[in-house]
Ligand binder design. Sequence first.
Ligand SMILES: *Cc1c(COP(=O)(O)O)cnc(C)c1O
Length: 242
Amino acid sequence: MTMIGDNLQLVRARIVTACTAAGRDPASVHLLAVSKTFAAEAVREAHTAGQRAFGENYIQEGVAKIEALADLRADLEWHCIGPMQSNKTRQVAEHFDWVHSVDRLKIAQRLSEQRPGGMPPLQLCLQVNISGEASKSGLAPGELAEVARTVAALPRVRLRGLMAIPEPADTLDAQRAPHRALRELMASLNARGLALDTLSIGMSADLEAAVSEGATLLRIGSAIFGARPSFTPATAPAAPVA
Ligand SMILES: *Cc1c(COP(=O)(O)O)cnc(C)c1O
């Protein structure tokens, strides 16, 4: 068994343990392997170990990987989980199966217009800025209902649920609070007539809290593929030479 295969087994075991503790059926929780910054060969290795759904943050990198793994395309599900400029929506609409990071109506409208007719509807989640951080993308909870109603009526996309990236917290209780808030937002949208079934929350560090609050889709990167090189924005000054 490879390292990625071993890690996948450990993550699956964590999910089963968390589901047991929460009295949930493990089949109700889907695992998305976040492969950003890792090579196509790492995805191939995870696929060999039984993983089918993969998440990418950067459009260019994700499309290159999807194309490099074209031989597996019918057996893989590709999820776009990163923020996108509107000039990138066509590439996303033409290559991905899901988008979790829809943070404004215009993006959803463009994805619907640009989704090719021969493909199934693009599956969407609306990203919510659940911790209210100024630096984070996502819809404010107060604007969600109106946007959700409009997106749900678009023809070439299907609104499936909500996604959030909560502020990191150390204790289980602190981790649970934003996850619970997202679950309650989804319940209130469903009470107003929508039929959302996907709560995309939970990452490597907080999957237990997410499962306990009803997550149906966990986005797990480092616990499967290992630590990522730390991200340096292209505009950052070069690090001083030691
Ligand atoms: C990178 C990333 C993840 C995975 O994070 P890990 O802590 O490595 O599990 C999940 N969701 C989003 C949106 C990400 O950008």
